[in-house]
Design a binder for this molecule. Structure first.
Ligand code: ADP
Length: 462
């Protein structure tokens, strides 16, 4: 029997819906929860959902408050915290944070700093994929150092190409270049934007695939090297490279394609002995070929769809793995790949406080009326959705995630539509009408949408 370290207190170094999601998992496991919050989040719901909460980041910007590694570790130490869950965004993919936790004797609920170094950077992780024989999109092997290198690559492989920030995330730090006349300028802009947004101006370049599908595979690994996949999600419905609606199973895949993609995801995860939850992302071209694009070493916004079809609580699994339980232990109960089974379908819609009629500009203000959906087959993961809550401009505009599940994709779609219609929000603008247009579109019904779907259908914004 391996050493098990039972957690008594877990701190969540995050905010909003994902903080609440993690507090719930901890509470169910009998673990006391600790929140940290910025001054701007003083009235946010998530801090009251924790057993204890502490303000931090005085004098810092609203986002920087959640990025202060030393301050977070200090609070964790002072409050007797055993482990820290980073959620997504903020410090979740920062190897220095994972290392700082380890150095302080606090368990980081996620992969090790070394695994993050190997996989968190998009150039590095492509090299890992190539090493294990998983197809990648043709591109350069290292960060490009000059405009000339960008021009040379594009001339060789042909336009369009895409410039990407090695440290980019959340759909940011990418520029598509269709014409030779633009490449030098785009390269310079990409570099300065990356330096500002990610503190790292490494840029690489690869072939741009026209309207692929985005298919990703959920991975779970323990500290003993046991790794399983939890099948795929189709996240092709994107606006400006950011996911809007995600679902599983991916209707476009044959059983052979599904097996091949999941096996390739496992190859990459096994190569680094991956532990905790992670996602291996692929693009699928028109011919059904898949190419690895990156691995996200953290929990993702869309993990809910996978939980609903597999019945596996991914956040609880992360916590148990961090405590030292193996996948096949009685606590986790996944004795092998054949224990992971999919039943039915699930669709997640991200309700945001954005105005589709105004270029999806974030809206702010007081929510005057909030009535949520409920009922059979509907799961809600929210942050600040309640009457009287104030939507501020400081953080992302995700208000609540509605995840519907049923035995067939069509029944799931109908449930999601019913739930979106049931949701009433007054006082701030939301994208609910837009989401309904997406779910009612014939391409969505047929599971045909690719990453160009929203741009190609401007009527969705009406
Ligand atoms: P992020 O880390 O910001 O989420 P990703 O590398 O995962 O960035 O890419 C996000 C999205 O950008 C993809 O789902 C896809 O729509 C688009 N994309 C990225 N690389 C390419 C490419 N080479 N060709 C076409 N689309 C791409």
């Amino acid at each position: 029997m391996k050493q098990i370290k039972r957690f008594k207190r877990v701190l969540v170094a995050n905010r909003g819906e994902i903080a609440i999601r993690i507090f719930r998992a901890c509470s169910e496991l009998g673990i006391r929860t600790v929140a940290i919050y910025s001054e701007e989040d003083n009235t946010s719901l998530f801090r009251t959902k924790a057993d204890e909460s502490y303000q931090l980041g005085k004098g810092k910007s609203p986002v920087d408050a959640y990025l202060g590694i030393d301050e977070i570790i200090e609070i964790a130490r002072a409050k007797g915290v055993d482990a820290i869950h980073p959620g997504y965004g903020f410090l979740s993919e920062n190897p220095d944070f994972a290392q700082a936790c380890e150095d302080a004797g606090i368990e980081f609920i996620g992969p090790t700093a070394e695994m993050m170094n190997q996989l968190g950077d998009k150039i590095q992780s492509k090299l890992v994929a190539e090493e294990v024989g998983v197809p990648t999109i043709p591109g350069v092997e290292a960060a490009i150092r000059s405009e000339d290198e960008a021009v040379e690559f594009a001339d060789k492989c042909g336009y369009p190409v895409i410039l990407k920030a090695a440290a980019g995330g959340g759909g940011r730090g990418m520029r598509v270049v269709r014409d030779k006349a633009d490449i030098i300028n785009e390269y310079r802009t990409a570099k300065s934007e990356a330096a500002k947004a990610f503190g790292n101006d490494d840029i690489f370049i690869e072939k741009y695939l026209e309207n692929p599908k985005h298919i990703e595979v959920q991975i779970l690994g323990d500290k003993e090297g046991n790794i399983v996949h939890l099948f795929e999600r189709d996240c092709s419905i994107q606006r400006r490279h950011q996911k809007v609606v995600e679902f599983t199973p991916a209707l476009c895949l044959t059983e052979e394609q599904r097996a091949a993609i999941c096996e390739d995801a496992l190859k990459i995860a096994r190569h680094v002995n991956y532990r905790s939850a992670g996602t291996v992302e692929f693009l699928l071209d028109k011919h059904g070929n898949h190419y690895f694009i990156e691995m996200n070493p953290r929990i993702q916004v869309e993990h809910t769809v996978t939980e609903l079809v597999t019945g596996i609580d991914i956040v609880q699994a992360q916590i148990k793995i961090a405590q030292g339980y193996t996948l096949d232990s009685d606590e986790i109960g996944i004795r092998g790949q054949s224990d992971v089974n999919v039943r039915g379908a699930a669709i997640q819609c991200r309700i945001t406080t954005e105005d589709p009629a105004n270029g999806f500009a974030p809206d702010t203000g007081t929510i005057e009326l909030y009535r949520s959906a409920s009922g059979f087959g509907i799961r809600l993961d929210g942050g600040n959705g309640f009457t009287g809550s104030v939507v501020t401009p400081y953080y992302d505009s995700l208000l609540v995630k509605i995840t519907a599940s049923a035995l067939t994709f069509e029944d799931t779609r109908r449930k999601a539509i019913r739930a979106l219609k049931e949701t009433q929000i007054k006082g701030v603008k939301t994208n609910i009408g837009f989401l309904l247009n997406v779910l009612n579109h014939p391409d969505f019904i047929a599971g045909r949408c690719d990453t160009g779907f929203i741009a190609a259908n401007p009527e969705l914004l009406d």
